[in-house]
Structures are given as C-alpha cells and as structure tokens.
Design a protein around this ligand. Structure first.
Ligand SMILES: O=C(O)[C@H](O)[C@@H](O)[C@H](O)[C@H](O)COP(=O)(O)O
Length: 241
C-alpha cells in the first residue's frame, strides 16, 4: 500500500484554488537560489492555475528567468490543435509572461509517430538532467503538477496501458489516449520530484480522490511512490466537505 496521504488544502472553489496554488508555487520558487524546474499537467483544472500565474501579483513576483518548464504529457497532435497541452499553456501563461528562450521544454509532436516524439523527449530530459540515472537525492523537478481522472489516471498513465509497467524509459507513447494517442512521462521520472502537486476539483473526483489518498494501488495514480512532498490542492466539491 503506497501512502499518498500527503497534505491536503481545501479551497472553496476552483478560482480560489488557482490563486492559492499560484501563491504556493511563487513562494516555493522564490526560495530556490538556482534553477527551478516545474512540470506541467494538462486538463481544465491546471489551466486556471496557469491563467492566474499570468496575472498580478504573481506575474511580477514569480522568478521567470530562473525557471524551466516541462510537460508531464501531451496529446499526439500539432501544437495548434485544440487538444494540445502546449497550446493550452501557451495561451494561458507562456504568451503573457517573460520566459527566457530555451526555458520551455515542450514535447515536440511534429514527428512521424508518437513513439518518435516520446524518444525525442526522453533524450531531451536526460540531456537536461545531465545523466541517464535518476538519483533519488537529486530529483529532476522541483514541482510536478498532476491532475486526477475519474478513472484514477494521472498524466497519461492510463488504466490498461503498457506505460504503467515501463520502468526504463523516462517517456513513452500511449496508444489509447483519449481523445488521441499521447506521449507521457513514466513513473520513474514523475516520481523524481521534490513535490508532487495534485490539482483536483469537482464532485466527480471525490471517490477517486479518497481512494488514491488512502493508497489504492489498483489505479495508476495510486501506484505513485515518492519520498518527496505530496500536496493535494482540492476544491470543496472534490473534498465533499
Ligand atoms: O493531458 C491531460 O488531460 C492530463 O494529463 C490529464 O491527466 C488530466 O490532468 C486529468 O484528466 C484531469 O483533468 P481535469 O483536471 O481537467 O479534470
């Protein structure tokens, strides 16, 4: 049983959650005296956070020049496609704040196959990390943002997909993503984070939120194992309070 209890902060609604997490991330980033690395999630809940970060006071306070941005997963679509996570984050955040060139590390989907795109990003991560061995004492990310699907998926660690058993690759393709094939980080690299920050809103998530926090390893999110911090940022509906 892997305990994912962590710390849960309950906000009245998704708007308050976005502001609270923006504050948390800004404070965390400001304590780091060197490069700060954030891995982003897709989904509607994280989008509110990205939009809030682009507004005052975070727009002025956040250390954009010291931060590198990564993607935990991506849909295998062009970057101008409505389902692209990169497009979503670009519209919500990247286009509105002063991020230095080379600090956004997107999953390049303009490749012949999802497998090619995954292999490219796998190499890019290893190059950035500077090694092909993930040292538990040197996590790759300061913060890994994760959503939670009603079926217990997170990133594109989707029930029934071979990626759930992938322990060597850092990035793999997911043939049966919804609505398209996907590219996703695997467990080892997602777990190589100082903090896993789950963003969960809505009544439909309540059962899975409770199950995963209680350590239900029958679903993908419940199988995450980390020595880092676990932060649950949820709204009142998801917490069913
Ligand atoms: O690319 C994606 O869509 C995410 O990787 C996915 O794992 C998402 O985080 C969950 O499906 C929750 O999404 P919501 O927060 O929108 O419910």
């Amino acid at each position: 049983m892997s305990e994912l209890t962590g710390t849960m902060t309950v906000y009245p609604d998704p708007t308050a959650l976005a502001d609270g997490v923006a504050e948390w991330l800004t404070q965390l980033a400001s304590t780091k005296d060197d490069v700060f690395t954030v891995c982003l999630s897709g989904g509607s809940t994280p989008r509110r956070l990205y939009e809030r970060l682009a507004q005052s006071p975070y727009r002025e306070q956040f250390p954009w020049k010291d931060t590198h941005w990564f993607f935990g997963d991506e849909r295998f679509v062009p970057t101008d496609h409505k389902d692209s996570n990169f497009r979503m984050v670009s519209e919500a955040l990247f286009s509105k704040v002063p991020i230095p060139d080379g600090h956004v590390h997107r999953i390049v989907t303009e490749r012949p196959t999802a497998e090619d795109a995954a292999a490219d990003y796998d190499k890019a991560l290893r190059d950035f990390y500077g090694s092909s061995h993930l040292d538990p004492n040197r996590p790759m990310f300061d913060v890994m943002f994760l959503g939670l699907g009603p079926d217990g998926h997170t990133a594109s660690l989707i029930p029934g997909e071979p990626i759930l058993d992938e322990r060597n690759k850092w990035v793999a393709s997911v043939a049966h993503g919804r609505p398209e094939a996907r590219i996703s980080m695997t467990y080892p690299v997602i777990e190589s984070s100082r903090a896993l920050a789950f963003l969960v809103t809505g009544k439909e998530k309540t059962p899975m939120l409770r199950a995963v926090r209680a350590g239900d390893t029958s679903v993908p999110a419940g199988r995450l194992v980390t020595s880092g911090d676990i932060e649950w940022f949820v709204d009142r509906d998801a917490a069913a309070e």
